[in-house]
Ligand binder design. Sequence first.
Ligand code: GLU
Length: 496
Amino acid sequence: MAEVRVRFAPAPTGFMHVGNLHTALFNWLFARSQGGKFILRIEDTDELRFTPEAVQVIYDGLRWLGLDWDEGPDIGGPCAPYVQSERLAGYQETVQQLLDEGKAYECFCTPEELEERRELMRARGLPPRYDGRCGELDEAERQKFRDEGRASCIRFRVKQTGTTVINDLIQGEVAYENSLIADGIIQKTSGFPTYHLACVLDDEAMGITHVIRAVEHLPNTQLHLQLQEALGIQPPQYAHLPLVLGPDRTKLSKRHSAVSVVEYAEMGYLPEAMFNFLALLGWSPGDEQEVLSREEIIKRFSLEACSSSPSVFDLQKAEWLNGEYIAALAPEELAQRVLPFLVEAGLFEAEPSEKRMIWLGQVCNLMKERIKLLTTFTTWARYFFTDDYEYEDRAREKWLSREDTPDKLDMLADRLDALESWNVDSVEAAVRGLAEELEVGAGQVIHPCRAAVTGTTIGPSLFHLLEVLAQGDVVARLRRTAALGRAGQLRPRKHA
Ligand code: GLU
């Protein structure tokens, strides 16, 4: 088989939707699983035009997910240029060829005239579409319109009889009645090609073997196939990916969650978790396994295993997966990943020493099983980084507002202050020793201590977390909390 060549062909809207990234991922997976090429092409024929910023957004989104391209605007390649606005001459030449062969014609209808006629069709209960009027003009009539200074676009004459059959690798065989489509515009009045023409020509020029794109483009394929036939182009294979829906089964949009890739990065998703999550939208490895590495996904990926039915973007599942990936990271690696979030929150220095990074790794080791999003480090784990943390209501209610707590905390502070070595064992012995002396269960010291030192009632093993904090800080926190408790300042706020 010839080398697989696929492309991701976004418009530079300045925005990278998760739906776009999903399409990019499936193309990339197919290329990598087949040892083929993944090509990046910028489709800026909507007069959006290539701007460095808008294209950067595309690069950043792909890079964040780790999707590298083999040919593209920035790195070039044998089919350069990879930006459609730089290929205009070729499109215009083809349009001229189609005009010469009578397969396309100039259309002089104004937007107002078109709308008026559509209105009439609607009134008659017909589907509103172009009626082919300018296809009937003779040269004299066309010249008259030109002399009037009317602008013209170019329409492709579609077949009016029979059906166009698409043998889609994911959707199966889909047949469209030719009588249902109108003569499509291939060149706008501005002289720019439409998406349809540019896409068909570029797929051919770039040797694309498989067009993998969102199912919304399936109806366009009817026109694309007809264009290819008129131009004597061998069509690529088509594979239309199923829709990605929000949890309420409507098209994924801002109402459901963030839709821009950047927002997921900012929310604390790991790119490898998002990669895994997006791969499972519309593809399945065929068993129950859900946590799959990049390499495994590449190895097991196939278009045959893609589903034609819509998949649901379930944010809870994304969070769960992210938590699995966080838990599996080596603590030093996790430390690197959370650092930017901590710096942003003002909880850590931007250029920490090696020693501080090792310390951060210890914190990560304690928290990694409990965190689903990197951003949560700045909230749940805040007490590791600052004395300025909140005493939660539950901690106040259960422990900190109790009358006997301040004395216990002060006693514990004295014992911990006196320790000559600060480690899990010495801390544990001190805590348990106090409980014995007071003749209470260990929990009666452990829980108030946690509430005082972290402001919460849950978290990692107390002795391990105390070990990670500095002895002096722990002692000071215990004393401060005891004083606040005595002053009646740690009553639950909701009852205050
Ligand atoms: N520029 C089109 C889009 O972003 C590409 C569609 C295609 O892959 O053919 O939807």
